[in-house]
Design a protein around this ligand. Structure first.
Ligand SMILES: [Mg+2]
Length: 308
């Protein structure tokens, strides 16, 4: 197994790195913004990249917003961005259900209104958004009426997640022909001050456990989101740079897809994480680049044999 070292971004390397790519993919939370605040310098970096002819994409596992909602947020925070540059899991899951799962009918959705909107745009009819409280007794739960046109269960972030939703998903997934898709497996959503709340991965794991089946996952580090971008914009992976704050999603996506990768130290993963990753026995291919944000950055590439 080849070992390699982390490369900290320097000014000279930045120039070389930018010369070697045409497209730059940014994770959002922890990279260009934290909550509702832009990370200082990030809008300038992205706007400058675009001015110099680079294509920029925004790639997020967060399923709570449509592309339009993300484009609006980006604009408000000072980023020059369009809907077409946004690849979130609400949108990409809709493409996945349509193009990969070939769903023509309905989908039982554990998710948000934003997901419902993206599915409807794609001609998929979602059921289940909103609160679903329990009623009756256990034998009733096992016999909840099912819509025969449901062809898939999709699990994303759902603030109304409940025992009854879990039960309904299980009843649908007892049919082996019902497909099972999850937006992403992130188990925690980090918040300011070192706090966190449970992420979609917890909900997805609950449904997988109940159904005794594994979901097909759309979000990073799966290749699918990059495949969507690559097919829509004709991207050459070799000329793309993925910038993110998490080794297990962002950097892994880059690694899985053959992109150059840059780990920022503005979010979840730390230098210690990157170093521990370096010492592990998976082969790395380090790349660096940095758009010159006023934070220290580090490149890391992670092998894909840990999470496939
Ligand atoms: Mg992030």
């Amino acid at each position: 197994m080849a070992a390699s070292k982390c490369t900290r971004l320097s000014e000279a390397l930045t120039g070389q790195l930018l010369e070697s790519v045409d497209s730059v993919l940014f994770d959002c939370d922890g990279v260009i913004w934290r909550g509702d605040q832009a990370i200082p310098g990030a809008p300038e970096v992205i706007n400058t990249l675009k001015k110099h002819g680079k294509r920029v994409f925004f790639v997020t596992n967060n399923s709570t917003k449509t592309r339009k909602m993300y484009a609006d947020k980006l604009g408000k925070l000072g980023f020059n961005a369009t809907e077409e540059e946004v690849f979130g899991t609400a949108y990409c899951s809709a493409i996945y259900l349509k193009n990969v799962c070939k769903v023509e009918g309905k989908v039982y959705l554990i998710g948000s209104n934003a997901m419902r909107q993206e599915l409807e745009k794609m001609g998929v009819q979602p059921l289940g958004v909103g609160p679903d409280p329990i009623s009756g007794v256990q034998i009733d739960w096992a016999n909840v009426p099912l819509d025969q046109e449901v062809q898939a269960v999709l699990v994303g972030f759902d603030e109304h997640f409940s025992y009854m939703k879990l039960n309904r998903a299980l009843q649908y997934l007892c049919n082996p022909h019902c497909q099972f898709v999850g937006t992403n497996t992130d188990t925690r959503l980090p918040l300011e001050g070192g706090k966190a709340v449970p992420g979609t991965g917890c909900l997805l794991r609950a449904v997988e456990t109940a159904a005794q089946r594994q979901a097909q996952v759309v979000g990073k580090p799966s290749n699918f989101m990059f495949d969507c971008m690559a097919s829509q914009f004709g991207l050459n992976p070799d000329r793309c740079l993925m910038i993110g704050d998490r080794l297990d999603t962002d950097i892994m996506l880059g690694s899985n897809c053959g992109l150059k990768t840059l780990l920022t130290l503005t979010g979840v993963s730390t230098v210690a994480d990157a170093e521990a990753n370096q010492k592990s026995d998976c082969p790395h291919r380090q790349r660096m680049v940095t758009p010159g944000v006023s934070v220290s950055m580090k490149f890391s590439r992670r092998c894909n044999d840990h999470h496939t």
